[in-house]
Design a protein around this ligand. Sequence first.
Ligand code: GDP
Length: 307
Amino acid sequence: MITTLAGGVGAARFLEGLTRVAKEDISIIVNTGDDIELYGLHISPDIDIVIYTLAGRVDGEKGWGIKGDTFHCLGGLQKYGYETWFMLGDKDLATHIHRTILLRKGLKLSEITDRERIALGIKANIIPMTDDKVETILMTEKGEIHFQEYMVKSKTQEKVLQIKLKGVEKARPAPGVIDSIKKASKIIICPSNPIVSIGTILSIQEVRESLNETKAKIIGISPVIAGKTVKGPADKLMSSLGMEVSAYGVAKLYSDFLDAFVIDLVDENLKERIESLGVKVFVTDTIMRGLKEKVELARFTLEATGV
Ligand code: GDP
């Protein structure tokens, strides 16, 4: 079994390639720290991005939401005076309504996610990191805000002073998380935000411990290329927290359990420094422009885990 740790867009693009080339079963452990409740509905953005992408439903241009979706319901809510900064499409809302109904019936997020991926014909196992509530709260100069408010409402304008993962100390891994880390032959840390996606999953103590204990080879792909992210605020967040914004900075965050790291051609000069962390480095083109590059990066990463 190949087990992966995933955030949203970067991970989903990589997984589109991986699911096409992997011969083994795949388990995807997904961040839920940026889940949010809006209009009484439970939204799990990273789970939905991964599921929509693997089901071929994602809006490829944006990397999230459903292709061809409309926003009539939000328009209606706006007329009643609701805030509508989080772009929930009409088709997308069906997912959130379904999830919320099942949560109210007492099902766990992991059970609901499994039903969702089966309903959409996805073979890979998709597991939320936890069934417990973990909330990514950013401390900014203007006070505390939810990660989605920072990311979507204020378009990452605020200066972030600190990040708080509310509830993480008590959060237990969802059923299947630890097992899929222990039983994997290979573990892949997807190119995702190392602070608020992968970092959040790693903040669940048992997850980090089992990554340190597993016999599986663990390889990551850098989401930071030439000191910048391809998209999203990981670079800004790393710099606010005083980290080096580079593939080296990311490798350092994972170095206690990482065996190998895939970095981009333009970062080849960082190879020696990263290898001084005890992590073997592989260099290739890591920008996933289309399906061909996604498949090639997945194949390269799998081959690298054999070394
Ligand atoms: P976000 O930061 O909240 O949007 O969280 P995600 O976990 O979705 O992470 C996005 C990460 O994916 C960013 O750090 C991007 O740099 C990375 N990413 C997106 N597309 C690519 C790509 O084509 N190649 C690589 N190497 N990274 C990518």
